[in-house]
Design a protein around this ligand. Structure first.
Ligand SMILES: Nc1ncnc2c1ncn2[C@@H]1O[C@H](COP(=O)(O)OP(=O)(O)O)[C@@H](O)[C@H]1O
Ligand SMILES: [Mg+2]
Length: 440
């Protein structure tokens, strides 16, 4: 049974038209078929291996949903997770330092939703400290300076190869530890921010720790490797790192796009070469990104790495393959998600029976048809809007007004301003051929 708070979070997210961040198992449809393969691959990553997966589907097919569901599952298995939406302006793939910064901002563990970097680093130092104290027996604990020095040495040693490639990483960690020991929280904050790839850290703070400049593209990869070491040292099984909406790179200027494709290839190659132990890297994209002329096909080694057989009946798609294909919703599928959402809502309502009867399965099917019809008959595009309307327009009213009957009192209205670009396109298109699903 899901907690009332989780339930509220889910309902709130659906009402806003977004994918909930947690509690997805409570209304997930069809994700079970991926569970065994995911669990296997996560177990490999947890054993200091690594993994890579590409989730593929058209707009609305559930890519973001599946990766959040996976991340949540991974967190229950001891992983930290981070999801970054690739976008041209803020997090372009050809600037891995921007992607790394967002990763650190989004870092989530079972008990910290976002911004978990500090608690991870602190846990790591705590574990180091324990080891230092244990190794020294009774000799050291009274002598703070000696403990710090020993911790510094162990920091370097634990970071191992990573430290050799990015000496600044050990320097910033040492500086952070010192700043904490000195009670200088401003300096500690600044160094943690720098570790997380933030620009604009005061020069004086950096100077004190012996570091310079900001993190660049190459350093970001070394820091990612460092973060994995820290995560494992802090007791986590590894990191599930999601790059969502990779298809957006198709639309950027050709030089930036080619750099982005190359960055992706480099990242995947280095995962394969074992440079990122305990990393499970996941990307999502539309079929156009994987197969079209502006996407992965532009870079032969990337296309080769992503290649998956989709000529066999989809029923036999292997979840162990590098690409997972999401089929997109059917009207029945929408009905199923609608029922789960309604039941979830009813479980937390004052009068569950009224919710179930006023919004029965037949009504759900009716609403699904109406939303689909409004969006140019494109059922695949409809789920977000369907769930938004179901919660915000129908269930909320049934819950609050005892005499509200959706069949009698509600007429579906969708205004352009609440639609995403793809949804607006689907609605405006008079024939299926006019729909440009790669817009987003
Ligand atoms: N397997 C699923 N079970 C339940 N709801 C889902 C599932 N997949 C997607 N949804 C819902 O459908 C809508 C569209 O999914 P989304 O993940 O945003 O698609 P995409 O990222 O492919 O565009 C969201 O509201 C999401 O919550
Ligand atoms: Mg999405």
């Amino acid at each position: 049974m899901i907690s009332p708070q989780r339930r509220r979070e889910i309902i709130d997210a659906l009402r806003r038209g977004t994918v909930p961040r947690r509690g997805l198992d409570a209304f997930a449809v069809g994700t079970d078929r991926f569970a065994a393969a995911f669990d296997d691959e996560l177990a490999t990553a947890a054993a200091s291996g690594a993994g890579f997966k590409a989730v593929r589907g058209e707009y609305g097919s559930g890519k973001t949903f599946v990766v959040r569901w996976l991340a949540e599952r991974a967190r229950t298995q001891g992983f930290a997770t981070a999801e970054v939406q690739i976008s041209e302006g803020e997090t372009p793939l050809d600037h891995l330092e921007a992607v790394y910064r967002r990763l650190c901002e989004r870092l989530t563990t079972a008990d910290t939703a976002g911004g978990a970097l500090r608690s991870v680093v602190d846990s790591w130092f705590f574990a180091l400290h324990e080891d230092v104290v244990a190794a020294a027996g009774t000799a050291l604990p009274g002598d703070a300076e000696a403990v710090l020095a020993a911790t510094d040495a162990l920091t370097e040693q634990r970071l191992g190869v990573v430290s050799a490639r990015a000496p600044a990483l050990a320097a910033v960690l040492r500086g952070y530890r010192r700043a904490l020991a000195d009670g200088d929280t401003a300096r500690a904050e600044g160094l943690l921010a720098w570790l997380g790839g933030q620009p604009h850290v005061a020069a004086s703070v950096k100077r004190a720790a012996g570091i310079r400049g900001d993190l660049d593209h190459d350093a970001a990869l070394a820091f990612l490797a460092g973060l994995l070491t820290i995560l494992r040292g802090a007791g986590y099984a590894g990191l599930v790192f999601v790059l969502d909406e990779v298809e957006t790179l198709q639309r950027v200027r050709s030089d930036a796009r080619d750099r982005a494709l190359n960055a992706l290839r480099q990242l995947i190659d280095e995962v394969d070469q074992g440079r990122f132990p305990s990393l499970y890297l996941v990307i999502t994209g539309t079929p156009a990104f994987f197969d079209g002329p502006q996407g992965a096909q532009r870079l032969a080694p990337l296309a080769q790495r992503l290649h998956t057989d989709f000529t066999t009946d989809a029923r036999f798609d292997s979840p162990r393959a590098v690409q997972l294909r999401l089929a997109g919703f059917t009207v029945e599928g929408l009905g199923e998600v609608g029922r789960r959402t309604r039941d979830l809502y009813a479980d937390g309502a004052a009068d569950p029976n009224r919710i179930r009867s006023a919004c029965d399965d037949d009504y759900l099917a009716l609403l699904a048809k109406a939303v689909t019809g409004d969006l140019g008959g494109r059922v695949g595009v409809a789920p977000r809007m369907f769930l938004k309307k179901l919660v915000g327009d129908v269930l909320d009213r049934v819950d609050q007004f005892p005499d509200f009957d959706p069949r009698r009192d509600y007429r579906l209205t969708i205004v352009d301003s609440e639609l995403t670009a793809v949804e607006r396109n689907a609605r405006a298109a008079t024939s299926v051929d006019e729909i440009d699903l790669d817009l987003q």
